[in-house]
Design a binder for this molecule. Structure first.
Ligand code: NDP
Length: 400
């Protein structure tokens, strides 16, 4: 039995906490630590009589390495699961290095003032993690996360080389609000209002935001418009999967979401440049976050399904192979099980599974890794067991 320190107490953390508590054989004890301790205590009160996992809580500012180190030294976890925000990644990695504890997160580091995420900052920790003999797993949510495991599984079982990958992220859910985001609004809006990009022949190709649009007919959801976005797993998969010529990421958005976003952009509400307001400096995007619905509150209202997966095209024994592997997840089913909608669920379940892979030694290797660098098979089995079963097709509709 192991001890995990879970940092963050938002939508994704809620799912990680529920899933660790369902898996008490591995997660004998968890400590939930976040900026607002009352949110951690709420999870503890909800679950304490329903699980064999022993739950404690703590207050921590994860931007403060000293505080983190003190908490880790006191609690002595076997792993730190970072489900706070991407801005905290490096601070938490620093604390893990100092205490020699394994680390896992679901989103790559992004400096608060540049809205540009890439892996270089976290990959720079490789040697230090190797020397310390500890493992860091980066991006172990659904996308990034399961999408990388899906590609590694395709490579291992069905391809000699994968030349084209399209990652399709469809949210067919409806929460009934004209505008709300399914995960942290600040992170979500920074992601979708940025320029799009994809990798072709080893080079990044940049597009205007939402410039490339396709329609796709998703299993169990139906036809949706999807748009090409920059996404973090493109960077690591282009390096780790053999034979890549082009890799793209598409996400679906409804017209109401896009119209509201355009309007908010046009009036300056999505800006991350601080402005003075009534004698106080505020960041418009952070103010917008404060007035939007909390993603954690969307659970009871959201109906419909998500469908996220990867279409791989390549060769096996000289023959062309097309392969699609995806998961369909129902918002209401997730809410019934853990009190969250499917976007938090599809992120939190893989984070629990990734931590289990490290704690049980199957993904334990000193250094800093992306998920596709490990054996995908035990993770794929665990997805079926822990609530994210996947489907395969060898004759998928391709994206032109
Ligand atoms: P939320 O905003 O719901 O939760 C974030 C939590 O982090 C809050 O509890 C917040 O505390 C806490 N937090 C923020 N700053 C600090 C700090 N300095 N110290 C301690 N705690 C802090 O976000 P989500 O749960 O929606 O998202 C969590 C992470 O998951 C994000 O990094 C997001 O990018 C990632 N994600 C990954 C996906 C994937 O598929 N890979 C998909 C969706 C999300 P407080 O309550 O006080 O604000």
């Amino acid at each position: 039995m192991s001890r995990a320190l879970i940092i963050g107490a938002g939508g994704v953390a809620g799912v990680v906490i529920h899933k660790c508590c369902q898996n008490s054989e591995v997660f004998g004890e968890i400590c939930i630590a976040s900026r607002t301790k009352s949110k951690c205590d709420r999870f503890k009160d909800e679950l304490k009589d329903k699980t064999a996992t022993k739950i404690t809580t703590a207050q921590v500012d994860a931007d403060n390495v000293e505080q983190l180190v003190a908490l880790i030294k006191d609690y002595k976890p076997d792993i730190v699961i970072n489900v706070a925000l991407p801005y905290q990644d490096l601070h938490i990695m620093d604390a893990c290095l100092e205490c020699k504890v394994d680390y896992l997160d679901t989103a790559n580091y992004e400096p608060e003032d540049t809205a540009k995420f890439e892996y270089k900052w976290q990959w720079a920790y490789r040697e230090r993690f190797e020397k310390a003999g500890i493992t860091a797993i980066l991006g172990c949510g659904f996308d990034p996360g399961v999408t990388g495991v899906f590609c590694a599984y395709a490579q291992k079982h069905y391809f000699d080389e994968i030349n084209y990958i399209d990652i399709l992220d469809c949210n067919g859910g409806d929460h009934g609000y004209p505008f709300a985001t399914n995960f942290n609004p600040e992170i979500n809006i920074r992601e979708v209002s940025a320029k799009g990009s994809y990798i072709e022949d080893g080079k990044w190709v940049e597009t205007e935001p939402m410039e490339i649009k396709r329609e796709y007919d998703f299993d169990e959801v139906g036809k949706k418009d999807m748009y090409l976005l920059h996404h973090e797993e493109l960077e690591s998969l282009a390096l780790n999967i053999k034979g890549i010529k082009r890799i793209r990421f598409f996400m679906t958005f409804g017209q109401s979401y896009l119209t509201h976003l355009k309007c908010l952009e046009n009036v300056g509400m999505t800006s991350i440049e601080p402005i003075m307001f009534e004698g106080k400096e505020i960041v418009p995007l952070q103010f917008l976050k404060a007035v939007l619905p909390d993603p954690a509150s969307l659970g009871p209202r959201t109906k419909g399904k998500t469908n996220i997966g990867c279409i791989c095209q390549g060769k096996k024994d000289g023959k062309d192979v097309n392969y699609y592997v995806y998961n369909v997840c129902d918002h209401q089913e997730c809410y019934k099980e853990v009190g969250s909608q499917a976007v938090s669920y599809t992120t939190g379940v893989p984070a629990m599974i990734g931590a289990m892979m490290v704690l049980t030694g199957r993904w334990k290797k000193p250094g800093v890794y992306n998920v596709e660098e490990f054996d995908p098979d035990p993770f794929m089995d665990a997805l079926n067991k822990w609530g994210l079963p996947w489907k395969e097709s060898f004759d998928p509709t391709l994206v032109d």
